[in-house]
Design a protein around this ligand. Structure first.
Ligand code: ZN
Ligand code: FE
Length: 258
């Protein structure tokens, strides 16, 4: 299976999987970015997976469905373009021989879902929309810190070699923040240098992996003492032994970090 991040807007990726004949796309905010590749490579679109209702993720769904007849799958509890098959925790989608398990990951939006395929060419792969980014996590537009903490814990529990396909190229700005939170993390410094090289060469920093994120992402490292202490330095009312309290402080800090 080929895996392609199709760039859209200023920093979105529309992830495409294809086998040379058929394709699946995830979060097509822009139909033309997908139509161009379908036409250019002579692919038919079998299915569209959608993680949440924001326009930069669903904007192209209606035109792509109308133009290709692709089946559309998305969250059970969000406003979505119809027709769509609505999914929640525990549901499984099977397309092109791949099985995608649905994980509820509320926080960025209240009905956000992620798609986890335990075996694509022998390795697991995750499409997590705007929940987990490399080095960061989504803003809490609709959900609570407690919900985001539980959602990130669920993703952190996936196998370390899971390829993590996030919907935005936010890595460098996330890592700048992560370095402020955890200046003593050597793996983070090394990863930041690697990502700077990739971006200088106009390459995506994604997919990441769960193992990498566990090593570098402060939002998955809320139980590490350096992370917890930094959160408390930012907001003195933080309880450093409570992962949710630490996450809430980090999210607030990151919202205004430049
Ligand atoms: Zn979003
Ligand atoms: Fe987005």
């Amino acid at each position: 299976m080929n895996l392609l991040p199709l760039p859209a807007f200023s920093d979105n990726y529309i992830w495409m999987m294809h086998d040379g004949k058929n394709a699946i796309v995830v979060d097509p905010g822009d139909a033309d970015a997908v139509f161009d590749v379908l036409r250019g490579s002579g692919l038919s679109l079998a299915a569209i997976l959608v993680t949440h209702h924001h326009g930069d993720h669903v904007g192209g769904v209606e035109d792509l469905h109308a133009g290709t007849g692709a089946r559309v799958y998305g969250p059970a509890n969000e406003i979505m373009p119809e027709p769509i098959t609505r999914l929640a925790q525990g549901d499984v989608v099977e397309e092109m021989g791949l099985k995608f398990q649905v994980i509820d990951v509320p926080g960025h939006t209240s009905g956000h879902i992620a798609f986890f395929c335990p075996d694509m060419d022998g390795t697991p792969i995750l499409f997590c929309g705007d929940t987990l980014f490399s080095g960061g996590c989504g803003r809490l537009f609709e959900g609570t810190p407690e919900q985001m903490r539980a959602s990130l814990d669920a993703l952190a529990a996936l196998p370390g070699n899971t390829r993590v396909c996030c919907a935005h190229e936010y890595t460098l700005s996330n890592l700048k923040f992560a370095r402020a939170v955890e200046p003593g993390n050597a793996a983070l410094l090394k990863y930041q240098q690697d990502c700077i090289k990739l971006r200088n060469a106009d390459q995506p920093t994604l997919p990441s992996s769960i193992a990498t994120e566990l090593a570098v992402n402060p939002f998955l490292r809320t139980r590490e003492s350096e992370v917890a202490q930094s959160a408390k330095t930012f907001n003195a009312s933080t309880n450093p032994s409570d992962a949710t309290s630490v996450l809430a402080a980090l999210r607030e800090w990151k919202n205004n970090f430049r």
